[in-house]
Design a protein. Structure first.
Length: 194
């Protein structure tokens, strides 16, 4: 998608600047705060998106509200100048991904039908870490509709080991059985009745 490409280029540029300045975590902290402020304040958000508000006024308000470093402020001004402000949230997410990649961390989302103990989390992290050669950061959510098992989501992959999915697969196989087998089975039942 083109919009994701735009956000990615800005995130990469910011990441390289932050790495160059040895301020990766500081930039992440500042950027997170700016996103929280600008998305949390309705009036500020409307002001930043308003086409009839002069750019210099937007920058002045942003400078006062954001309390960001000069480097990050210049980046934010660039987003305003280029009318790319709407990508700020995406840029933050992509920056976080780049930072995790830089630290060799892989974010894995785990869905489980039942609560996962800290010991099970450690074991899963250890096994996945060895397999993938990365430090694993798990975020676990509970979804009773899975009926059992786990669903793992990381990068562009989904590993679905849930009972719900296995039952759906079984249902699909049963529905695809040739009709002649069903007919023979029904005839067999009828013959045994007589």
């Amino acid at each position: 998608m083109q919009t994701e490409g735009i956000a990615k280029r800005y995130a990469q540029a910011l990441f390289h600047l932050a790495r160059e300045k040895n301020l990766l975590e500081a930039f992440l902290e500042e950027l997170t705060r700016v996103v929280r402020i600008t998305e949390g304040e309705d009036l500020l958000r409307k002001l930043l998106f308003a086409p009839n508000v002069p750019l210099e006024f937007k920058k002045e308000v942003l400078r006062e509200r954001a309390s960001a470093s000069p480097f990050l402020l210049n980046f934010l001004y660039l987003l305003l100048d280029k009318r790319r402000w709407r990508f700020l949230g995406q840029i933050l997410s992509l920056f976080q991904e780049l930072l995790q990649e830089h630290h060799n961390i892989l974010e894995v989302k785990v869905e489980s039908a039942v609560p996962v103990s800290p010991e099970q989390e450690r074991e899963l992290s250890l096994v996945m870490g060895k397999k993938l050669g990365k430090r694993i950061h798990l975020s676990v959510t509970i979804d009773p509709s899975l009926l059992g098992g786990l669903v793992l989501r990381f990068q562009d992959k989904v590993i679905d080991g849930s009972i719900r999915t296995k039952l759906r697969g079984l249902e699909t196989q049963l529905l695809r059985m040739p009709i002649e087998h069903e007919m023979r089975w029904l005839m067999h039942l009828r013959e045994n009745r007589n």
